[in-house]
Design a protein around this ligand. Structure first.
Ligand code: UDP
Ligand code: MG
Length: 164
């Protein structure tokens, strides 16, 4: 089977992570990258981008019809600050990424998670992460071209990934 853009489900996966405009405004880009980087995940794509309305609406198409949808798209696309779009790769990174991020409502997010530590409002929850393999596949394809996702190896992979 051909390897998908999101990797191998249950194996070495890729997930789409984005610092939202409020995270960028609040100087949290470095902190968010640090959480994934020091956990042991590999950054394979990154760019600053002000998404078009079309892109934001496609990204959140499952939420069309929800009362917050228009506000959500406006917040993501305003250009008051860019979205920092990223692809992170590694073992179980889709599910683990969601754990690092914490609950959608920051007031329910555990301390120690990104939302639990840095925000208080569901409408300004600073970060996005794919919620499933299918979402990761869709979102990476939406935000990045194939040539923007870089394959590279850790020089110290043995120290990060060995199961003995
Ligand atoms: N959102 C909102 N109000 C709500 C619920 C969600 O503004 O009542 C926004 C919020 O930015 C959230 C995004 O919509 O992160 C997507 O919602 P989803 O349920 O997919 O949460 P997530 O996957 O981001 O945790
Ligand atoms: Mg979601």
């Amino acid at each position: 089977a051909q390897k998908s853009i999101a990797g191998v489900p249950g194996g070495i996966e890729r997930t789409f992570i984005a610092v939202k405009p409020d995270g960028t405004q609040r100087f949290l880009i470095g902190e968010i990258i640090k959480r994934f980087e020091t956990k042991g995940y590999k950054l394979v794509a990154i760019k600053a981008i002000v998404p078009s309305r079309t892109l934001a609406e496609k990204h959140y198409e499952d939420l069309k019809g929800r009362p917050f949808f228009n506000g959500l798209v406006k917040y993501m696309t305003s250009g008051a600050a860019p979205v920092i779009a990223m692809v992170w790769e590694g073992k179980d990174v889709i599910r683990q990424g969601r754990r690092l991020i914490g609950a959608t409502n920051p007031l329910e997010a555990q301390p120690g998670t990104i939302r639990g530590d840095f925000c208080i409002s569901v409408g300004r929850n600073i970060i996005h992460g794919s919620d499933s393999f299918e979402s990761a596949e869709k979102e990476i394809g939406l935000w990045f071209g194939k040539s923007e996702v870089i394959e590279w190896e850790f020089g110290n992979a043995e120290w990060v990934t060995a199961d003995n």
